[in-house]
Design a protein around this ligand. Structure first.
Ligand code: G16
Length: 543
């Protein structure tokens, strides 16, 4: 095998964000851009020589080419083995599982998650470590440092490897092992859940719809929900992964999964509806006439966990990202288990999961998962819900009503301002930071600020810390607003405002969340002056 050394000027915009490096397809297509980043990953992890890695992705436009680049830069670096999903397909949780199952040194996941794909969309590259989870900050910092000084990369000068056929081939001395993307993951799911109970529920006439949003979960959902659990053929819709996700935005929320929402709120709605995102780690849960927020979903799974065989012995603890609502905190309190509050990003759950301190984690950004892998897992969440519904015999609506009656309801909404000019978004955040010390005691309408800070976190296991993770303002009585800049966008800044209020009055548990939160929404605007600073009259997306 010939190895070429290509001299480059370092790229100055390769800082990994919340979840790997995400850029426009156009940027990633520039000569050497991807190659240089992959080389920087090898440098950041101490070289790839002799290592075994997993490789796969969400099937988006550019990934075919990207997979070949990763293989060739890995071969040039002396990697021993690459285990690749057929056609470069692996959902993010399936990749995490494969890394753990095969005891690989890590893996490369080619995905920009829920960001649109195609020529005008985005591309992403993520490195996961040997525990199957996203690289911790210390590693992404080293990768970033390497990108800034990289002046050359090495690449195998060889024809493309056939990754559409199962089995082993070689690229120089490196073994390329092509595996079925679904088999191992499906076997794992069968071990975790009560498939007999779910199949029984479905055989009894329970109807479901799963929207794969033309993204990676289609083949997984077909096998699990239709073939193994007996859901009617066609229950999985938009099931074929397309390079541009059918022109859609594969983000499972009421805005982007509108078709599913309309079906679920319509007259002949199935009993259960769910969707997943580009790379299969996010989820949306709905029932007939009811939408379940990700924060509530986490709390409901925690409260009903012992119905799930994998959790029969109870939960060690739970964790949620800081902007996620406190619904799960109340469940943890009732169960007498610890509840950890971490910064946004699944990587922060890794050490807690590895140390056995938590079993279940979740994020408001449609992520839920457990210690079975080290990523959030969309289909896992769907199966967890089906398992709970099958064992309790309740409908989604009844399960929610019972949960709120017992624990109270954390009304929750997120308002996103997208594509804001970066300096204007910074003005909003700086303005808030400047007020922090003076806020406690301040009255905003009927609300009084009880505490305000810029969230900082110290990992209780490894002592690593993260600062500047979002402005957190709490009000007396349990209401809260959080301001944070997204770490996954590729154009300008996305300002996220997370709003929450606890309600325990049994007569007020079925309000419209925007109405229930109106005083908190008004207080947030008062504090942040988003209209004045950004010129925006209203959020672009409300979920
Ligand atoms: C990624 C991370 C999640 C995180 C989310 C937040 O999700 O994996 O852990 O909660 O980003 O994104 P932002 O910084 O935009 O608020 P995904 O599904 O895009 O990989």
């Amino acid at each position: 095998m010939q190895v070429k050394t290509v001299v480059i000027a370092p790229f100055d915009d390769q800082k990994p964000g919340t979840s790997g490096l995400r850029k426009t397809t156009a940027r990633f297509s520039e000569p050497g851009y991807l190659e240089a980043y992959v080389q920087a990953i090898w440098d950041g992890i101490g070289g790839v020589a002799g290592k075994a890695l997993v490789l796969g992705g969400d099937g988006r436009f550019f990934n075919d080419h990207a997979a070949q680049v990763v293989l060739k830069v890995a071969a040039a670096g002396g990697a021993a083995r690459i285990i690749v999903g057929k056609g470069a397909i692996l959902s993010t949780p399936a990749a995490s599982h494969l890394i753990r199952l095969r005891k690989a040194d890590g893996g490369i996941i080619l995905s920009a998650s829920h960001n649109p794909g195609g020529l005008k969309g985005d591309v992403g590259v993520k490195y996961n470590g040997a525990n199957g989870g996203p690289a911790p900050e210390a590693v992404t910092d080293r990768i970033h440092a390497a990108t800034k000084t990289l002046t050359a990369y090495t690449i195998a000068d060889a024809p493309d490897v056939d990754i559409d056929r199962l089995g082993e081939t070689r690229l120089g001395d490196m073994i390329v092992e092509v595996v079925d993307p679904v088999t191992d993951y499906a076997a794992l799911m069968e071990r975790l859940f009560d498939f007999d109970a779910i199949a029984g529920l479905i055989a009894g006439g329970f109807r479901l719809r799963f929207d794969a949003m033309h993204a990676v979960t289609g083949p997984y959902a077909k096998v699990l929900l239709e073939d193994r659990l007996g859901a009617a053929p066609g229950s999985v819709v938009n099931a074929t992964p397309l390079p541009d996700f059918g022109g859609g935005h594969p983000d499972p929320n009421p805005i982007w999964a509108r078709e599913l929402m309309e079906t679920m709120m319509g007259p002949d709605a199935p009993d259960f509806g769910a969707a997943s995102d580009g790379d299969g780690d996010r989820n949306m849960i709905t029932g007939r006439g009811v939408y379940v927020t990700p924060s509530d979903s986490l709390a409901v799974i925690a409260a009903n966990a012992t119905n799930i065989p994998a959790f029969a012995g109870g939960l060690a603890g739970v964790a949620r990202s800081m902007p996620t609502s406190a619904a799960v905190d109340r469940v943890a309190e009732a169960l007498g288990i610890a509840c950890h509050e971490t910064p946004t990003g699944w990587k922060y759950f890794g050490s807690l999961l590895d140390a056995g301190r938590v079993t279940l984690c979740g994020e408001e950004s449609a992520g839920t998962g457990s210690d079975h892998v080290r990523e959030k897992d969309g289909l896992w969440a769907v199966l967890a819900w089906l398992n709970i519904l099958a064992r309790t015999g309740k409908s989604v609506a009844d399960l929610m009503a019972d949960h709120w009656a017992r624990f109270g309801r954390n009304y929750y909404t997120r308002h996103d301002y997208e594509g804001v000019e970066t300096d204007r978004a910074a003005l909003v955040m700086d303005g808030l930071r400047a007020q922090l010390n003076d806020l406690p005691g301040r009255k905003l309408g009927a609300l009084t600020v009880s505490a305000a800070d810029d969230f900082a976190y110290t990992d209780p296991v490894d002592g690593s810390s993260a600062t500047g993770q979002g402005i957190r303002i709490r009000f007396e009585g349990g209401a809260r607003v959080v301001f944070r800049l997204s770490g996954t966008g590729t154009v300008g800044a996305t300002l996220r405002v997370y709003l929450e209020r606890l309600e325990t009055d049994p007569a007020a548990l079925a309000l419209d969340p925007q109405e229930a939160l109106a005083p908190v929404i008004a207080a947030a605007e008062d504090l942040a002056q988003i209209r004045a600073f950004t010129g925006r009259e209203a959020p672009d997306v409300i979920t």
